[in-house]
Design a protein around this ligand. Structure first.
Ligand code: FAD
Length: 337
């Protein structure tokens, strides 16, 4: 089995920021055999490796050394379990939104709130994607990985993935696991989550238990709120919502009574967008990049921007927020290299 390798490969269309970037070497992985061939190749040539899905959570530099491997393993399998439960196994390369839509058409529910998140199924567990009251960990049974250290494929169950808010084992052991398949426990019985008020408000009365109505409402809200990366380069939320102790939150609340925050166990999750917006960054433009005019949490590329510019802008926002609120904002997408 031999890999197709391309040198000096353009990545502009493979990152949603649309940054000009070239991979020293690029390949596409479609089978388990490709994964093993890639392992042999990078070992033999001692090359660094970047795994990529849809490039919607990556900030690439102009030159990416070593190999960029796009995980393009296809497949969707449904297995009926007891009662209404359905086990769904997706190949890592399946388009995330398209998979949710296909499941909905087949009467399999549970992922509607995560509609329209760009990217591939294989990257969904990496940062435990979440939106509108649901995180991928709430529906995920297991993740099939190729372990670079043990040189074998096996399944990690939900607990072993160590999921947390926008976090998992895959974010910490970036060079160890290549995700090949993801398995979900879904249902033919709707289990609609409407904990998020703007979503609740967008549902027609009487449609609260209809997964299609939720899917459509999520798509409507997202299209109205978020810039389309094919028109304006971006990676969605640029910063995580910072989590602070109850004491920190009370102190901040006294100074800023209208501060937006949500309880998170015994702690509080602050709305990063509110902090940035209040500092007047919305619509700010610096060099080829800026802060979206309607979404303070979304940094954008106006066309000719690059990684360095976005990094400089992000650092300015971080130090401004730190100085004003004593809160450190953490960047959500991954910078590479
Ligand atoms: C407009 C927009 C809206 C967004 N909205 C949301 C949102 O609501 N909620 C949310 O959580 N995220 C959101 N995101 C972020 C992003 O879409 C998700 O993180 C998505 O899961 C990334 O998928 P991807 O295939 O593009 O991953 P990539 O960007 O290609 O990769 C992301 C990370 O995963 C690693 N990776 C990719 N594939 C594999 C694999 N098979 N095995 C191991 N590692 C892998 C990469 O090395 C990288 O570290 C948004 C992004 C955009 C542009």
């Amino acid at each position: 089995m031999s890999l197709q390798l391309y040198s000096d490969y353009p990545l502009r269309r493979l990152n949603t920021f649309g940054f000009e970037s070239y991979a020293q070497c690029f390949t596409r992985l479609e089978t388990a055999g490709d994964v093993i061939s890639l392992h042999r190749y990078v070992d033999e040539h001692r090359l660094p490796l970047l795994l990529i899905g849809g490039g919607s959570n990556l900030i690439l530099g102009p030159k990416v050394p070593g190999v960029v491997a796009q995980v393009a393993i296809a497949g969707m399998e449904l297995e009926a379990l007891a009662g209404d439960a359905v086990r769904v196994t997706l190949g890592a390369g399946e388009n995330w939104h398209g998979s949710i839509e296909r499941l909905l058409e087949q009467g399999v529910y549970g992922l509607e709130n995560l509609a329209l998140i760009p990217g591939c199924a294989g990257a969904a567990p990496v940062q435990n994607i979440g939106a509108y009251g649901v995180e991928v960990k709430d529906r995920l049974e297991a993740v099939e990985v190729y372990d670079w250290q043990q040189r074998r494929f096996y399944w990690l169950d939900n607990a072993e993935c160590r999921f947390a808010y926008r976090d998992s084992i895959f974010k910490h052991e970036t060079d160890r696991y290549l995700i090949t398949r993801v398995r979900f426990l879904l249902s033919r019985q709707p289990d609609c989550v409407l904990s998020y008020k703007p979503l609740r408000d967008a549902i027609e009365p009487g449609q609260e238990g209809n997964p299609r109505a939720i899917f459509d409402a999520v798509c409507r809200i997202r299209r109205a709120k978020l810039p389309d990366p094919t028109l304006l380069g971006n990676a969605g939320s640029f910063f995580k919502n910072p989590i602070v102790t109850a004491g920190q939150y009370q102190a901040l609340r006294q100074r800023y009574p209208d501060m937006v925050a949500y309880p998170e166990g015994e702690e509080f999750k602050l709305a990063a967008g509110w902090l940035i917006d209040r500092q007047g960054w919305k619509g700010y433009r610096q060099e080829g990049v800026g802060v979206h005019e309607h979404q303070a949490l979304v940094l954008v590329n106006y066309g000719e921007g690059n990684r360095q510019q976005i990094e400089r802008l992000a650092e300015r926002i971080q130090s401004d927020v730190l100085e004003q609120y004593g809160v450190q904002l953490e960047v959500e997408p991954r910078f590479y290299p």
